[in-house]
Design a protein around this ligand. Structure first.
Ligand SMILES: C[S@@+](CC[C@H](N)C(=O)[O-])C[C@H]1O[C@@H](n2cnc3c(N)ncnc32)[C@H](O)[C@@H]1O
Length: 309
């Protein structure tokens, strides 16, 4: 995590500024530039809430402190007292967040941890083709992006977040899953930040970004309209908000997929992946081969999963 990020981050609950404590630093080299980044540390809100920085990524979810319990216990002397205080004040919110985010975290965490950075394509798109598509989608020139700030909400594997930064814009990728760990490791551009967070409780003040961009994300949340309202105010006045999502289709293929989903959703995530791998992936790979196109089994699995989630 770059130290400059602290000024922009806010407590997701109270929107107060956070105080940084650094435990460990690491030197990261981007081309000719070397930056001393924070590998592990702690962000504390005036309300007493604790947000750990683990593996270079700030964890800004209300349940993050529980997920990194051992890490915090090792670094904070009176952690148990602080933990009790947070739980007694925010018990309801914490339980709600855990329940709401659990499946999404597991499911997308597994998907993006399977993705091989630098080798696999994202739904058949290379980084460069996604960058060009991004420019077309939001209808801007590369030149006009320089010096601005973009928030990539639900950044997934982060390939696009890092790619967009190559246009000279500072990018901030947030995802609820731990996909941001791999995104951070594989990022080769200095003007990119990754945060683990929940878009329904964004860790930023309103009107922070010139562009708020979210593709293929908010229909995966428990309440699409609520999600839209949680991110729309993050755009500066006169800025740009771009949201892409898909609507339910009612044809035979989609009805069959919805039916399948209603059943497979009940299985543990790992079982779901095995089922896709056995029943969907071979068919898909065969179809691709017949069309003379190439896709590896990971890319096919990620594609197949996209059609059923
Ligand atoms: C289909 S992927 C799209 C990823 C990325 N936008 C892209 O186009 O490559 C959807 C992503 O949304 C993330 N997501 C779902 N609910 C979220 C939430 N409440 N807050 C943040 N991210 C969320 C998932 O973890 C997943 O990585």
């Amino acid at each position: 995590m770059k130290e400059t990020l602290v000024d922009l981050l806010r407590c997701p609950l109270t929107k107060e500024k956070l105080t940084l404590e650094v435990y460990e630093r690491e030197e990261r080299t981007y081309g000719n530039t070397t930056i001393s980044e924070i590998k592990s540390g702690l962000l504390t809100a005036p309300c007493g809430y604790l947000y750990p920085i683990v593996k270079g990524v700030p964890r800004l979810q209300v349940e993050s402190f529980l997920e990194h319990d051992n890490f915090l216990r090792t670094h904070i002397k009176d952690y148990e007292t602080l933990k009790k205080k947070i739980i007694s004040e925010y018990d309801y919110v914490i339980k709600l967040a855990i329940k709401k985010n659990k499946k999404t975290k597991q499911s997308f965490g597994m998907e993006w941890n399977m993705f091989r950075h630098g080798k696999d394509t994202t739904w058949d798109f290379t980084k460069d083709s996604r960058k060009q598509r991004f420019l077309m989608e939001i209808n801007v020139t590369e030149e006009s992006l320089k010096g601005k700030r973009l928030f990539d909400v639900g950044c997934g594997n982060g390939v696009l977040t890092s790619g967009i930064s190559e246009f000279g814009i500072e990018t901030f990728g947030l995802d609820v899953s731990n996909s941001v760990e791999q995104a951070y490791i594989h990022n080769t551009n200095p003007n990119v930040h990754y945060i683990q967070g929940d878009l329904q409780l964004p860790p930023f003040a309103s009107e922070t970004f010139d562009i708020v961009y979210s593709t293929g994300v908010i229909h995966h949340t428990n309440n699409t309209e609520l999600s839209f309202s949680c991110i729309s105010g993050l755009t500066k006045k006169g800025g740009l908000l771009y949201v892409w999502l898909y609507r339910p289709e009612k044809d035979f293929k989609h009805n069959a997929l919805n039916f399948t989903r209603a059943i497979t959703n009940k299985f543990p995530i790992k079982v779901q992946y095995w089922l896709f791998l056995i029943f969907l992936v071979p068919q898909g790979l065969l179809k691709m081969r017949m069309r003379g196109k190439k896709r590896n089994w990971r890319e096919q699995l990620i594609r197949d999963r996209k059609s059923v989630v």
